[in-house]
Design a protein around this ligand. Structure first.
Ligand code: GCV
Length: 880
């Protein structure tokens, strides 16, 4: 581009930005219920939307439905609905359960039976006037119908002439939260609990009320609010009234309250000397407790149990079975309609890793399959989607086809414990969809997981979907503004697992960011590729997430899986990698599937590449179906994955001014961080496999970083070198840290031709201090400060390593051949301003229009202020 063209281009771009109307700043608190005003064209489509509403009934749920309708219509169509006691002579929206609607419109008949929670959106002509009808078998269905109608309007879909009956796929569509009574959340990444603080239910349950509304809007009908590693205090007599406060709020939105309980509760502080489920005193204790709960909460949903797992006590303590334990709780709940969700996550984490036949993956089936048919009818076995633990890629749990006479539900993890902890973009719906679509071939018949859990495959009375969400007090609920797509998508699949993944992505994007086609296209495409991207740089081919399984479950930690009893082994050694789980030569896990699925996994030839290392141990030179060796695939996928994250940054930047600045900046900060951390992952894994296998990368990338300047090789003042453990989590295994009370410096001479360069500084951001960094360019005329930033992110470690390694990018720095670059580190508390390396690359973008400073340094923090938790939606005065 010549200079004139460049100037014109810059001017045009600036004018375009000036002309673009500023978009209202948004925190993300409203999630997909923004009800943003429709623009001219779209609102004209709805100009004939009725101005009146008739609500047939006065239950709390119908009041919520009415207020939601008013809120949505006034927000999107700037129209105030008038409430009418009877059907008016002009068009109205009619809300009510079907019998009451039929009373005033006798000729109306739904196209099929309206089951529990199903709704019917239709229209009916009365005396020549067409009314819009939202009806259902129960009031909760009417509420769901209202949300569905509003969602259609927000997506500019037609609502006149509708005749749509929506039936939920399964009765159970629940959320689990892992909140602790002290206000922390196990595996929660978005602030403190919206339910608890200081050992009690919070005084202000405003956010809990907003949460219930969000859940109802996508058809979720139950929520267990506390950690499955349950605190027995929750069952104390004085706690029940506090739980009743939460239930009251949930009730307004048709969300049933449930709690997780500790099976040892009868003994722990409750006066008994046993919790043996076969002891009549224990049964009486639970009976009494359940009665107390129902006295306080008449519509209580049920109890969630984690037992004999990860140091939680269970029935094995007394030589009893999981069925004995489940049933003793289920019996008193039965007459009240309550459910026991008994988790199949029962396993021994002290397995002998030297025994090649041991396999944690077998545990759930081994414990529960022999008990099939021995559980009460109101017990649901809650099964994690894979046999290990929410890894980036696992096969489906064979237990889904191993329980033919027992209810079951699938447990999916919305909170991104192993998938980037809401710092990395990872849209999980494609993964869940693959799981739900998987054909178990039970009894040699078509039997997708979605049907097994919904109860249709084996004709069970109950079953469904449970998502572990762990939303927190952060304004935008899940910290990463794009992570809410996972909650939305979970609920949409729980409602209808046959929905297409791309439709879900587009729906969520439109509802959350508006209908600008470029926005919808760009964000949906980023979402849809993001799971594969994450997988490709954190553990491809079914090796599971190669993360630090003994600590944070976040950064790379390849060897942490091995030589311990946790059983997340990948068995990588000098020659090869993978767990042999075949019947012929391995652990025999494959034999837990029905024959057709088992045959596929038993054979190397038919095992899909993406699960190869889950089922087989192979040499690094083994050829995949795609023609590459295993090791070359590992190298390539990590480079491709890291590159894809850099591309996400560029894709997102095309949306500037099409999205409000606040959310634009919050997402950009996260994507830039991810792009840096993907390089940490890439290098750790590739270097580890290079050293372990001795086989070089055919493309010569691994271990070669010509534009990298190692911190330990720089000229150091007060900084000192430090070994990083494990070695692969720092470039060349070393870093430098500043143990002095004064600033330390590291200086080097890049010796580059004159030009503009991008300087990436790789440093460690520890979570118990806020070190500062300054970047200078030095030459004869003095020193020039070109950038500065604070290491104030909240990463999950106080150690130098893969969790804390962070990249800061400084764009378009002018360098001359004799210039030196200096980093000054100013330590703070235990954060010793540690540095790994600096990488310098030439700036390809000649326009100079890119930022000269990294956004990461200047963008607003993504963890928003907690001082005033924003309430969302319209004021539901009657509901507060
Ligand atoms: C609530 C994994 C997680 C634990 C979690 C457990 C479970 O092991 O790391 O934090 O505990 O699963 O699902 O019970």
């Amino acid at each position: 581009m010549n200079r004139l063209a460049l100037t014109l281009y810059s001017a045009a771009f600036s004018i375009m930005l000036l002309l673009t109307p500023a978009l209202r700043a948004e925190t993300g608190a409203e999630a997909w219920l923004r009800y943003a005003r429709l623009d001219g064209n779209a609102s004209r489509t709805y100009q004939n939307f009725p101005a009146k509403a008739v609500v047939l009934g006065d239950s709390a749920l119908l009041r919520s439905a009415r207020e939601e309708l008013f809120c949505g219509i006034s927000g999107m169509l700037t129209k105030s609905l008038h409430i009418e006691p009877n059907l008016p002579p002009d068009a109205a929206v009619v809300l009510g359960a079907f019998p009451s609607v039929q009373k005033i419109i006798p000729g109306l008949h739904p196209p099929a039976d309206l089951g529990e929670d199903a709704f019917w959106l239709t229209n009916a002509r009365v005396h020549g006037v067409r009314h819009l009808i939202i009806t259902a078998q129960n009031d909760r269905g009417v509420l769901y119908g209202v949300f569905s109608l509003l969602s259609k309007i927000a997506q500019h879909q037609p609502v006149f002439g509708l005749n749509e009956l929506q039936q939920p796929y399964a009765r159970v569509r629940w959320i689990d939260q892992w909140d602790n009574l002290d206000g922390t959340i196990e595996r929660g990444y978005a602030g403190r609990s919206i339910f608890f603080e200081n050992g009690a239910v919070r005084a202000d349950l405003g956010r809990a009320a907003d949460y219930a509304r969000l859940l109802a809007s996508v058809g979720i009908n139950g929520c267990a609010i506390n950690n499955v590693n349950a605190d027995p205090r929750l069952l104390r007599d004085d706690f029940l009234p506090q739980l009743a406060r939460v239930a009251k709020i949930f009730r307004l939105w048709g969300v049933q309250l449930a709690i997780s309980v500790d099976l040892a509760s009868p003994k722990t502080g409750a006066g008994l000397d046993t919790f043996d489920p076969a002891d009549p005193r224990v049964a009486a204790w639970w009976r009494n407790k359940v009665e107390q709960i129902y006295a306080a909460i008449p519509d209580f949903g049920g109890l969630v149990i984690k037992a004999d797992s990860e140091d939680r006590l269970g029935p094995s303590f007394y030589g009893r079975t999981q069925a004995d334990a489940a049933n003793v709780l289920a019996r008193p709940l039965q007459s009240r309609g309550g459910i026991v969700f008994y988790r199949a996550f029962v396993y021994n984490h002290h397995l002998d890793w030297r025994d090649a036949k041991n396999d944690r993956a077998k545990a759930a089936y081994d414990y529960f399959h022999p008990l099939d048919g021995k559980f009460e009818n109101n017990v649901i076995i809650q099964i994690k989607h894979g046999p290990i633990d929410f890894q980036t890629r696992e096969p489906v749990s064979p237990l889904f086809s191993g329980l033919e006479h027992t209810n079951q539900a699938i447990e999916l993890q919305i909170t991104q414990e192993y998938t980037g902890q809401q710092r990395h973009l990872c849209f999980l719906i494609p993964m869940w969809k693959e799981v739900l679509d998987f054909d178990l071939r039970a009894n040699d018949k078509h039997s997708p997981v979605m049907d097994a859990v919904a109860g249709t495959t084996f004709h069970r009375p109950a079953g469904g979907f449970v998502g572990v969400a762990n939303l927190g007090l952060d304004d935008n609920w899940l910290a990463h503004p794009l992570a809410m797509a996972n909650l939305y998508g979970f609920a949409r699949l729980a409602w209808n697992p046959n929905l297409s993944v791309s439709n879900i992505a587009q729906e969520w994007t439109t509802l959350t960011f508006g209908s600008d086609p470029q926005v919808v296209k760009t964000i949906s495409s980023m979402l849809l590729s993001s799971w594969h991207t994450y997988e490709s740089y954190t553990g491809p081919l079914g090796a599971q997430t190669l993360t630090d399984i003994l600590g944070s479950h976040y950064g790379p930690g390849i060897e942490s899986s091995e030589e311990n009893g946790w059983g997340q082994w990948h068995r990588a050694d000098h020659n090869g990698i993978g767990m042999d789980r075949t019947v012929a030569s391995g652990t025999g896990f494959v034999g837990q599937y029905w024959p057709q699925a088992a045959q596929m996994y038993e054979s190397l030839a038919t095992t899909p590449d993406e699960l190869l290392l889950f089922f087989h141990h192979v040499p690094y030179t083994y050829l995949l179906h795609n023609g590459k060796t295993v090791l070359q695939h590992i190298y390539d996928s990590h480079y491709e994955g890291a590159q894809a994250t850099a591309d996400y940054v560029r894709q997102w930047q095309t949306l500037r001014s099409r999205i409000d600045d606040q959310r634009y900046a919050a997402v950009l900060t996260r994507l830039e961080y991810q792009a840096g951390h993907a390089i940490v992952w890439r290098d750790a894994i590739c270097n580890w496999f290079l050293r372990t296998s001795g086989i070089p990368d055919a493309l010569g990338r691994v271990g070669r970083h010509p534009s990298r300047f190692e911190a330990e090789d720089m000229q150091l003042t007060d900084y000192s070198p430090v070994e990083v453990i494990p070695w692969e989590n720092a470039s060349a295994g070393q870093a430098i840290e500043c143990r002095s009370s004064q600033p330390c410096t590291a200086t080097f001479k890049p010796n580059l031709a004159a030009g503009r360069y991008r300087i990436d500084t790789q440093y460690f951001d520890l979570n118990d201090g806020e070190a500062k960094f300054r970047l200078y360019v030095l030459n004869q005329s003095g020193s020039r400060l070109v950038d500065e930033w604070t290491a104030n992110d909240h990463l999950p470690s106080a150690k130098i390593g893969g969790d804390t390694s962070t990249r800061h990018c400084t764009f378009a720095v002018l360098l001359a051949p004799q210039d030196e670059v200096r980093i000054e580190g100013i330590p703070d508390r235990s954060d010793h301003a540690a540095l790994d390396y600096v990488e310098i690359s030439s700036v390809l973008d000649p326009t100079g229009m890119r930022r000269t400073r990294s956004h990461a340094a200047n963008a607003p923090r993504t963890r928003f202020s907690k001082k005033a938790n924003p309430r969302i939606g319209c004021s539901h005065s009657s509901n507060q």
